[in-house]
Design a protein. Structure first.
Length: 605
């Protein structure tokens, strides 16, 4: 990759708008590399290129390649992948190019950061800028390697679990590009080391402090409060922080301790649980558990750009005022394209309000009245037949609505549902996507939610010690976390929200059986994180089948003079994954053909 001429532009300011005097791009686009030492706004462009390659998808996309959903878009790359086109040279899930580019930029930046004149007239401010920017770069590099491991780590034909080539210095024209893959364990260690470095340089949060609260290492250099706050204060919020790096380390640990990787990753479930707990202790453990965290996207008072930070969200994108998600996913009668269609498979994963699975003989589930007394999260996340949404009754069956319209019906038009369900999660009912009466609203798109970390802790702790054990004195158990999540959801209550005499009896049954608790934790993760692009990766790291046929529901009204309905489960989309090897993604075919030292994962051609 050429480094002598770097085209600078800021991709996604990520909270840097308040520091425009420093971070605006130079007028000239092509500059000699040495110029960056004198011009900080030029040098920081390298780091901004790294931020520009953040691998997060904050709209629902990859879930349509899992058993949780399908899409009605025939051009979807994820639909094509799920139905048989996933190959090493056609990999929509690949992180290879983008993340490796990000690593190159931050590696190059790390070789320059200490020599750039960030604040040459103030020794303390110069050092603070060096430390912060260096910490950001280490945190970003750990993040890129995490996503590379998730997408491309796997076993080669020699039986070794590999990650990707480890590069901690920038490549140039004289580099040897024919690098072998490092072991998965070595890549995990590099992620951990980079997270630790980021945490050593960065503040836990970006907050303004009084002079006496400035860290001693900067006080001895003569730092003043205004200077410290200009570097590490609220104006830098949204950048990589120690708290975010700590969460990334916990995510890496959970991946490494998962069934698909644990044999050769060098990380145990106990270590993963401890690292997750470290993140959660920052918010007081379960004392910091957000009671409304599962519906953050509905909280209008917190979505406004002038609102305070949300307690559920550890890291997020900038707030955006738009109608794009709604335009894509509203039912067609509400001027949407109905793109993401939740599956019957997912709907069946939501238990009854009592907390019992619908397959439990004591649950009271009625297949001819399938949405009665269900987990309240079902109606939060999914539009099903008869749901009132934006003051409109959505009919997904095969009969017309009150106005005689059929566009929302199953398979009625190209933008209709294929499963009998429409997406509700992440959408704001106040939005109007109709071009003639467009009404946009503010949205927050999380990168890391605390609920995800709580669930990661529950998964790892249960695997390490069982449902109710706390041998390290963390202060809460896997059981405690799942109970908090289910209480928040309203499980163990009747239809008016009153606690049932037996409470959440199914949770208590699972708490007496580690294997059942594992199933429950995985199901809770499926529900809580649905449509957040987690399911595809979870199925693979758990080594669970990828090829479960996606089902939907056909709802008929046989007699037009009666409101009686019939419910028929239908097959919607056959999935054509090969679970014998596709729990590990491929190394891009073109890279394997170019570089003889780069081994492909077993099963991929």
């Amino acid at each position: 990759m050429k480094t002598k001429n770097i085209i600078l532009y800021l991709i996604g300011l990520l909270g840097l708008c308040s520091c425009q005097d420093m971070f605006e791009p130079a007028d000239e686009n092509n500059r000699p590399e040495d110029a960056m030492y004198e011009e900080s706004k030029y040098a920081v462009g390298l780091l901004m290129y790294g931020y520009g390659r953040l691998p997060y998808i904050t709209t629902t996309q990859t879930d349509v390649a899992t058993d949780d959903a399908v899409t009605n878009s025939t051009n979807s790359i994820y639909l094509k992948m799920a139905t048989g086109t996933w190959t090493s040279d056609n990999d929509p899930m690949s992180q290879w190019n983008s993340c490796k580019d990000g690593i190159q930029y931050v590696n190059l930046f790390l070789t320059k950061v200490e020599y750039v004149k960030w604040a040459p007239s103030a020794v303390s401010k110069q050092q603070m800028f060096v430390d912060r920017l260096k910490g950001e770069a280490y945190g970003l590099r750990a993040l890129f390697y995490y996503y590379l491991l998730q997408a491309h780590g796997g076993y080669a034909d020699d039986g070794v679990l590999y990650g990707v080539p480890l590069l901690t210095t920038p490549e140039d024209g004289s580099s040897n590009f024919n690098q072998p893959r490092a072991t998965f364990a070595a890549c995990v260690k590099q992620c951990f080391d980079d997270c630790d470095s980021a945490m050593a340089y960065l503040p836990m949060d970006y907050v303004d402090v009084a002079k006496e609260d400035i860290p001693a290492k900067y006080q001895v250099l003569g730092a003043e409060g205004s200077a410290y706050n200009s570097v590490f204060g609220v104006r830098s919020r949204g950048l990589m922080s120690a708290k975010i790096a700590e969460a990334i380390k916990a995510q890496v640990a959970l991946l490494a301790a998962s069934p698909a990787f644990r044999d050769q990753s060098g990380v145990t479930s106990a270590e993963a649980a401890t690292l997750c707990a470290n993140v959660l202790k920052r918010i007081g453990g379960l004392e910091g558990f957000d009671k409304n965290g599962n519906i953050w996207y509905k909280n209008a008072t917190k979505l406004d750009p002038n609102a305070s930070e949300m307690p559920e969200i550890l890291w997020r994108e900038d707030r955006r005022k738009d109608a794009s998600q709604e335009r894509e996913n509203f039912p067609p009668t509400l001027f949407g394209n109905g793109r993401v269609n939740p599956s019957q498979n997912l709907v069946d994963a939501f238990p009854m309000r009592s907390g019992r699975p619908i397959t439990d003989l004591n649950s009271g589930y009625d297949p001819q009245n399938p949405y009665a007394n269900r987990d309240p999260r079902l109606s939060d996340n999914v539009i099903y037949n008869g749901t009132t949404f934006r003051r409109t009754v959505i009919i997904t069956g095969t009969y017309p609505n009150a106005a005689g319209e059929r566009d929302d019906n199953l398979n009625s038009i190209s933008t209709s549902t294929r499963t009998g369900y429409y997406l509700k999660k992440l959408l704001r009912e106040e939005v109007s996507p109709q071009a003639s009466s467009l009404l946009e609203q503010w949205h927050v798109y999380p990168r890391i939610r605390y609920t995800e970390i709580f669930l990661a802790y529950a998964e790892a702790a249960n695997d390490a010690w069982g449902p109710k054990a706390d041998p390290t004195g963390i202060g809460f158990t896997a059981y405690d976390v799942i109970k908090a999540i289910r209480v928040r959801a309203g499980l163990g209550t009747d239809e008016i929200g009153q606690l049932l005499p037996e409470g959440d009896s199914y949770l208590e049954e699972c708490a007496a059986d580690q294997a059942k608790m594992t199933e429950l934790i995985r199901n809770e993760r499926r529900i809580e994180l649905c449509f957040e692009n987690k399911r595809f990766w979870d199925l693979r790291r758990w080594k669970m089948p990828l090829n479960e046929t996606v089902r939907g529901i056909q709802i008929d009204r046989p007699n037009t003079d009666s409101d009686e309905l019939t419910y028929t489960i239908v097959e919607v989309e056959e999935r054509k994954y090969d679970s014998s090897y596709q729990c590990y993604g491929p190394i891009p075919k073109g890279e394997v053909l170019k570089w003889s030292n780069l081994q492909q994962n077993k099963g991929w051609k």
